[in-house]
Design a protein around this ligand. Structure first.
Ligand code: HEC
Ligand SMILES: [Cu+2]
Length: 381
């Protein structure tokens, strides 16, 4: 249906305005954009957000005052066709003093809550809202992934930081290479990481959830793919996660070797054996013959030289991220790809294609080998 030209002309500006409004208002749908400081979910982030909101309201008031004065002046002193030429002035000490003093006063006002918050956030609370001592987590930046260590628990993990809701986390940060910056918009940050100096940060997550974080300081080619997640767990879920990490240190012999191959697979399914047995998903996975193959490959394909599968009691310094619990992680390649079998296989075969320049390289894997490794890593829950 063709609209008459005049109608088009009348409605086009309105249409454009509506489109603009939709685009602008989309920014308010915060739930879909969790990487935002405007929806704080922790005490530290709330303090920072409060400074921001205070400043926004003050700025709004100043905006309204200035615009009102401007509109008043425009209409009150509007020139008429027969007005004489206005008096020409150059410079006025009084006016210059006024427009220097007012902004200086505004800045001084803004500085008060800002400086107060800087001091408040610099001080690490001695105890958590839940009454416990804060939980220490060491954050170590690597090109281009994050290592998390829990000295009180002896746990080392990577790219996914688990914290209990309601307990303050006392973060101590450093880097093994270049500068990085730790930032979880909804919880805390940003704070830079330096090679020879420890920086500190803290926060208490108020709601269970998954909070995305990122490196906020350019640190080389794959800086944009240096992401992570903070998993704020209920205290019970956190304890369960800790218990699973303790299990990583116990070497599990894959059952595949112990089970005759004719009792697994289609034959067993046909006899209904698999239905009557209650087999845990982990045990089921361990029956997959590819798991044993994957374990062998993990040791022979140099993986073990850069990665430990033990979250507790593994070697203290490794080139690659600790893979304890990798099978259950939400993401791989430092928060860059979803941890699906397909993506994991793709990563193992082409790490340089996914993240050019990463330190993971130097071997080739056939499809079957990569699939066996995926099956094996998947058992690491
Ligand atoms: C030379 C050291 C090195 C070797 C050998 C190596 N990796 Fe890696 N690996 C890394 C580094 C470094 C990363 C982090 C890459 C990044 O995300 O920036 C990584 C990341 C990973 C990840 C993703 C972890 C995460 O949480 O994002 C997996 C899984 C992985 N490697 C498995 C393997 C397997 C399986 C092998 C053997 C076939 C292997 N790696 C061999 C260094 C290595
Ligand atoms: Cu970085």
């Amino acid at each position: 249906m063709a609209l008459p030209r005049a109608l088009w002309r009348r409605h086009l500006p309105l249409g454009l305005l509506a489109l603009f409004a939709v685009v602008v208002l989309a920014g308010c749908a915060g739930e879909n954009y969790p990487q935002s400081t405007l929806h704080p979910k922790g005490d530290f982030a709330e303090l920072v957000d409060a400074v921001f909101m205070k400043t926004v309201w003050w700025a709004t008031a100043i905006f309204i005052l200035v615009e009102a004065a401007l509109l008043y002046a425009i209409f009150k002193f509007r020139g008429k066709p027969d007005d004489p030429e206005p008096k020409q002035v150059h410079g006025s000490t009084v006016v210059e003093i006024i427009w220097t003093v007012i902004p200086a006063a505004v800045l001084a006002f803004v500085a008060v809550p800002t400086v107060q918050t800087i001091f408040k956030t610099a001080e690490i609370p001695a105890s958590s809202p839940d009454g416990q001592k804060p939980l220490t987590v060491e954050v170590i930046g690597h090109q281009w992934w994050w290592e998390f260590r829990y000295p009180e628990l002896g746990i080392i993990t990577a790219n996914e930081m688990h914290v209990p809701v309601g307990r303050t986390v006392d973060i101590r940060m450093k880097t093994v290479d270049v500068l990085h910056s730790f930032w979880i918009p909804q919880l805390a940050g940003k704070r830079d990481l330096f090679p020879n100096r420890e920086t500190r940060l803290w926060f208490t997550a108020k709601e269970a959830g998954e909070y995305p974080g990122a490196c906020a300081e350019f640190c080389g080619l794959q800086h944009g793919k240096m992401l992570f997640y903070v998993m704020a767990d209920t205290p019970a879920d956190f304890d369960a996660w800790v218990a699973r990490r303790m299990q990583d240190s116990v070497t599990v012999v894959p059952m595949a070797a112990a089970i005759p191959s004719d009792t697994v697979g289609p034959a067993a399914d046909a006899t209904g054996l698999m239905d009557t047995l209650t087999v845990s998903p982990m045990a089921q996975a361990a029956m997959d013959p590819r798991v044993a193959e994957g374990e062998k490959l993990f040791l022979t394909k140099a993986c073990a030289g850069c990665h430990s599968l033990k979250a507790v009691g593994g070697p203290p310094v490794m080139v690659g991220p600790n893979l304890g619990g990798i099978g259950a992680r939400r993401m791989i390649a430092a928060g860059w790809m979803r941890n699906t079998d397909e993506n994991l296989k793709h990563w193992l075969q082409n790490p340089q294609e996914v993240k050019e320049g990463v330190l993971m390289a130097g071997y080739t894997l056939s499809d079957a080998e990569a699939e066996a490794l995926v099956a094996y890593l998947r058992t690491k829950q």
